[in-house]
Design a binder for this molecule. Structure first.
Ligand SMILES: *Cc1c(COP(=O)(O)O)cnc(C)c1O
Length: 479
């Protein structure tokens, strides 16, 4: 039997626009000029498919409104879908944001912003052909990363250095080279998880090392380590518990004592310092961070740390220590798989030069932000608020005030360390805090903020002076 509804329904489906028809519209020609013909055809197919499913379910639930589904209306609906999907895809690309959260080393926002020198080096020296593995003096093959390694050794006081993709890779490689099939002694207070996918016991297991836990969560003594050493021990591992802190009844031996023990027993001491600093940052509240040079001079055989945390450079895993051990790492086949590319070496060399010249606090954004004084931030924030008040009409919807608050060092570095700051607090008469936050996030240059007590907060500590103008324009537009 012929069902009249079915006939009507398939007539509607036949009115679905064809891919060619869609691709011929002005809207799609415009999108196509940005993403190419194959890309826009793929968007078109997805849209037609989704429209077909929508029509089928609409027609199953009501049989009215078939006239609403004219050819022209279906074409418009398809184009609307394409526009939405296209914009969603475009928003998901890697793009610059203004970090107004006050979290200095923000893992989700790319951790350390590069110094001007590092950016120049990436763009000017490394983005084309360059001397990655070429020695200008001899005209022969050179060694990749040799200068960055030399600078790194120099500023940490280590004999030698080698560089891999990130600190997780560094830890994995060190354990693989020196502790595969051997025991690794770690304090129970240091079996940490960092950022969800770096868990010390798992990294150990993957490298083929055998975990030998000692002590307790809050107290581990030198004698605990001493008792655990046996013929199968390969390494004493010290891990910086980067993202939490045990306070109260605690105890742990210093690097010096552990190094002495390791060397008496003929094994090595390896410290995964995580963030690691080149010099003490105690003046800025970072008294728990490992200073790499101090660990080396206290006797650590190998120390690894991240390039994009407190160092303030690109993502990298920096390994420093005894030259015989570093050489073994470099010769291991896994090193080849974990090595870094020319862009990273360029950014890293420039960053390390700042340390060597002793201009790191001036050049490197992370250090500038950490060391920015409250007086300076108060002055900047007041001046910025003043400009906004002048620019905004007296009965504008956006109300801006200045209030005390705190910034955090953040990321995998020192999430618990706070620095006093001045905040701009924003309240909008017509938008909720959530809507205002969304509006800022959707701006031409997305502005990332935080909400506390129904107010949107802007912390200029993590906004560079060069970005203030853009931020002001975005706020004025919303006001
Ligand atoms: C951050 C951190 C890591 C991971 O470093 P990535 O450079 O992100 O791979 C490893 N160990 C410690 C102690 C850390 O703090």
């Amino acid at each position: 039997m012929i069902d009249p509804d079915n006939i009507k329904n398939s007539a509607v489906l036949q009115r679905l626009p064809s891919i060619d028809e869609i691709l011929g519209t002005d809207e799609l020609i415009k999108i196509g000029s940005e993403i190419g013909k194959a890309g826009s055809a793929s968007f078109a197919r997805t849209a037609v498919e989704s429209l077909r499913r929508e029509l089928q379910s609409e027609m199953a639930s009501d049989d009215n409104g078939h006239e609403e589904r004219s050819r022209a209306k279906l074409l418009a609906r398809a184009i609307e879908k394409i526009r939405t999907n296209f914009l969603t895809e475009r928003n998901s690309r890697l793009q610059k944001v203004i970090n107004a959260t006050g979290v200095i080393i923000h893992t989700n926002l790319g951790r350390a912003p590069l110094s001007d020198d590092a950016k120049d080096a990436v763009l000017r020296e490394a983005s084309g052909y360059c001397t990655l593995e070429y020695d200008i003096e001899t005209g022969k093959r050179g060694r990749r990363g040799a200068l960055a390694e030399k600078l790194l050794a120099e500023i940490t006081g280590a004999e030698s250095a080698v560089i891999v993709n990130n600190c997780a890779a560094a830890a994995f490689l060190v354990l693989k080279v020196f502790a595969s099939g051997k025991e690794v002694i770690v304090s129970r207070g240091e079996l940490v998880e960092i950022g969800g996918d770096f868990r010390v016991p798992d990294v150990l297991a993957q490298s083929g090392a055998i975990l030998r836990e000692v002590g307790t969560t809050n107290r581990t003594r030198l004698s605990d380590y001493r008792t655990a050493v046996n013929g199968d021990t390969g390494i004493i591992l010290k891990v910086h518990p980067s993202n939490y802190k045990i306070i109260g009844f605690t105890e742990k031996p210093g690097i010096g004592e552990l190094a002495e023990l390791a060397h008496q027993k003929g094994i090595m001491l390896y410290e995964d310092a995580g963030s690691g600093a080149i010099f003490g940052l105690d003046d800025y509240g970072l008294n728990d961070e490992s200073v790499i040079g101090r660990s080396i001079s206290a006797g650590a055989d190998i120390v690894s740390f991240s390039g994009d945390k407190l160092l303030g450079g690109p993502q990298a895993g920096l390994i420093v220590g005894r030259s015989d051990l570093i050489e073994q790492i470099r010769k291991h086949p896994l090193y080849r798989a974990l090595r870094v590319d020319k862009l990273i070496y360029a950014a890293l060399e420039a960053t390390l030069y700042s340390y060597r010249r002793d201009t790191a606090f001036k050049d490197i954004p992370v250090l500038r932000m950490i060391s920015a004084s409250l007086e300076n931030l108060t002055e900047r924030t007041n001046a910025f608020a003043q400009q906004l008040h002048q620019g905004l009409n007296a009965n504008a919807d956006l109300k801006i005030e200045v209030a005390p608050g705190s910034s955090v060092v953040g990321g995998g570095a020192a999430p618990i360390v706070e620095r006093a700051t001045r905040l701009l607090t924003l309240v909008h008469r017509k938008l909720s805090a959530g809507e205002l936050e969304h509006r800022l996030r959707s701006a031409e240059i997305p502005v990332i903020t935080r909400i506390v007590d129904d107010k949107v907060l802007i912390d200029l500590r993590t906004v560079s002076e060069g970005e203030e103008c853009e931020l002001r324009d975005i706020l004025m537009n919303i006001g």
